[in-house]
Design a binder for this molecule. Structure first.
Ligand SMILES: Nc1nc(=O)c2c([nH]1)NC[C@@H]1CN(c3ccc(C(=O)N[C@@H](CCC(=O)O)C(=O)O)cc3)C=[N+]21
Length: 291
């Protein structure tokens, strides 16, 4: 059996087009476009490219993009002052502080400063708590993008066995919370998990987010399972995921490629979250389940 390759790039393009339609309606209703502010500290080349492509996607969706570039040696106080300025700015609906930050900065303290209702990354502990308790809030972009792909492939996820490999606050933990809310039976596996292969072999859904190239081999995958690969690892062989794609695609029912899988969904969901934040802040009704 050879797996269906899940086209995250096409799905994300479709989602961005739908966001653009709603963003135009928002601008007409609110008398201003939805706005996303991205704060980039330092000159890291990869981050710079990434921030530029986010700005482009934001404008293409009919939203305002505000880029704030700060010097590598910016002080903690000055960075926090910048975030507070964006919290107070009525034209800004979403704030994203590009991670990782230079080592002299305390990213937890910076993330705590972001107004939770403008926290389009969903990284603020208030949003983690809202997600864990089923309250409306901002959901982290990458796990939400994974969920949209899973629903598209599988429909109702209720009762399925899911394994999330990786327990980060950015992907693993919120992914597990989302799958639990979909009534999956969720296992969170990590570097200390015993008999990891056995856990993965039981899973109808495998989400790999460990940050290690080709970490999950095909012979761990249950035949027909749906495999979502969150990893983006730069190797001599190019960009590869956390799943060994060549062997896994021979066993899985469906699998995301790297690149072209989860990555493009992350950006599309960032735009989606910015629109949701804009509607909530403006007090205009919007059914965010349609996005
Ligand atoms: N506050 C914050 N929020 C983030 O969401 C955030 C961040 N910081 N720091 C960096 C990481 C990385 N990240 C990616 C998003 C999309 C692709 C993406 O679209 N990748 C494409 C192309 C990859 C390529 O060719 O380089 C793909 O997978 O097909 C990659 C990486 C978001 N991040």
């Amino acid at each position: 059996m050879t797996a269906r390759i899940i086209d995250g790039k096409a799905f994300a393009a479709n989602l961005r087009a739908r966001v653009a339609t709603h963003a135009a309606a928002f601008a007409a209703a609110a008398g201003r476009p939805a706005g996303l502010a991205v704060v980039l500290v330092g000159e890291d080349a990869a981050s710079s490219v990434y921030v530029r492509s986010k700005g482009k996607a934001t404008r293409e969706a009919g939203m305002a993009s505000f880029e704030h570039r700060l010097s590598t040696d910016v002080s903690q106080d000055d960075l926090i002052a910048r975030v507070e300025q964006l919290n107070a700015d009525p034209a800004v609906d979403g704030i994203l502080v590009q991670l990782p930050l230079p080592k002299h900065l305390d990213s937890d303290a910076v993330l705590l400063t972001i107004d939770p209702d403008k926290d389009v990354d969903g990284f603020h502990p208030v949003n983690a708590g809202r997600l864990a308790t089923g309250l409306p809030g901002m959901v982290p972009c990458t796990p939400y993008g994974c969920l949209l792909l899973l629903r598209d492939v599988l429909g109702d996820l209720s009762g399925m066995d899911a394994v999330v490999v990786g327990r980060s606050n950015i992907v693993g933990k919120p992914m597990a919370a989302l799958l639990t809310a979909e009534s999956c039976t969720v296992t969170i596996a990590h570097s200390r998990t015993r008999d990891l292969a056995d856990h993965v072999r039981r899973a109808d859904i495998v989400v790999a987010a460990v940050g290690r190239a080709n970490f999950v081999p095909g012979d761990w995958i249950k035949p027909g399972a749906t495999v979502i690969d969150v990893g983006i690892n730069r190797t001599d062989a190019g960009l590869v995921g956390d799943v060994d794609f060549a062997s896994a695609k021979e066993v899985a029912g469906a699998i995301t490629p790297v690149p072209g899988g989860v990555g493009p969904m992350t950006i599309a969901c960032l735009l989606r979250n910015t629109l949701v934040a804009a509607y909530r802040r403006a007090g205009i009704a919007f059914d965010d389940k349609t996005l």
